[in-house]
Design a protein around this ligand. Sequence first.
Ligand SMILES: Cc1cc2nc3c(=O)[nH]c(=O)nc-3n(C[C@H](O)[C@H](O)[C@H](O)COP(=O)(O)OP(=O)(O)OC[C@H]3O[C@@H](n4cnc5c(N)ncnc54)[C@H](O)[C@@H]3O)c2cc1C
Length: 392
Amino acid sequence: MYDVVVVGGGPSGATAAEDLARSGHKVALLDRAGRIKPCGGAIPPRLIADFDLPDEQLVAKITTARMISPTGRKVDIPIENGFVGMVDREDFDEFLRKRAARAGATRATGTYLRIERDEAGTRVVYRDKVSGNERSLATKLVIGADGARSNVARTEVPGGDRIPYVIAYHEIIEAPGKVGDYDPARCDVIYDGRISPDFYGWVFPHGKSASVGMGSMVRDVDLKKATADLRLASGLADCPTIRKEGAPIPLKPLDRWDNGSDVVLAGDAAGVVAPSSGEGIYYAMVGGRVAATAASACLASGRARDLRLARKLFMSEHKTVFRVLASMQNAYYRSDERRERFVSLCHDIDVQRLTFEAYMNKKLVRARPMAHLKIGLKNLAHLTRLVPAVRV
Ligand SMILES: Cc1cc2nc3c(=O)[nH]c(=O)nc-3n(C[C@H](O)[C@H](O)[C@H](O)COP(=O)(O)OP(=O)(O)OC[C@H]3O[C@@H](n4cnc5c(N)ncnc54)[C@H](O)[C@@H]3O)c2cc1C
């Protein structure tokens, strides 16, 4: 009998399993394996610090972010006092799973099928990857960390089947080295309705490779064509393609993360990805951590309502940043004219500092009220069209 079975061994599930094992619980980590998670792999320094990530996991360190507007204007934002890390999910996820196993978690490889409950207790039923047979893991609690379109969320948690998504698609290419406009230490973020009418495109260097992609909620957008156009515009059309892949990015955290008895969700399964940026790795790991805390509390107290702690703890720390990012997405991602204004706003040194502080350290800095006021006024001026979109 396990204390907790964690379904899904991505950043969220592996973190939950490691934390639970470290705090002395009997935990199993079930992952279906065999597919590299499609992901740009950009992570903030706060993740590296909070989750003790060794330097060798970083395939690139990014020191500049370039914002590109619909008219092709480029604003380079230097990343002061640090860097944005890049990970390869093939290695990163397995590193986290192995670390969880070293901490004491039992690994199981197979596809989650369902949860069964009877007088004997609760069992997670899965199809074993090697034998193809159905197996089960008896447990007190379950953490559903099986990613976007989670089966655990869909079948166990009210509303878990109704999370809105952006579909993101990218191609992993062989990086050209520092030639033409490509810089292995710079991330490009492209705000252009021809690439994405409601999200953005990106070029993220990964050392020997790079991720080039875009996302959109609009159903008839041709993701492959948009990515081909982006590669052409970035001078990367001729680089050999290593992989082509897509996946959903959830857009809104669920109102409930637990089923009121024995299941709690974490990461993409709970819909937790930052609006505007689509950043999910850090939040997935925080989600895994708070789910582990909630599960520990529930096991200690015997009170199922302690599972609600997961969402409470997460929201008390990140709700405001999510709100600000959601209103930014609503305000600026709706037309090329707005995108042009957004990139224009990025010229402002205070906007750069505040945005990067929020990304790098996950905090909205309160220290400079005058800067906030100035940004607020500029924001208003852009949204009410008091200033021209294209800065001269
Ligand atoms: C194209 C793209 C680019 C992105 N770029 C970035 C980026 O640059 N930076 C960033 O921070 N975020 C990015 N994201 C978001 C980020 O990838 C996710 O938010 C993050 O991976 C969520 O972690 P997770 O552990 O919750 O879920 P996942 O990483 O999806 O992990 C879920 C795990 O569950 C397992 N699983 C699923 N179903 C089953 C099943 N039935 N049985 C057993 N196991 C199962 C899977 O094998 C997987 O290991 C991107 C997403 C996409 C799609």
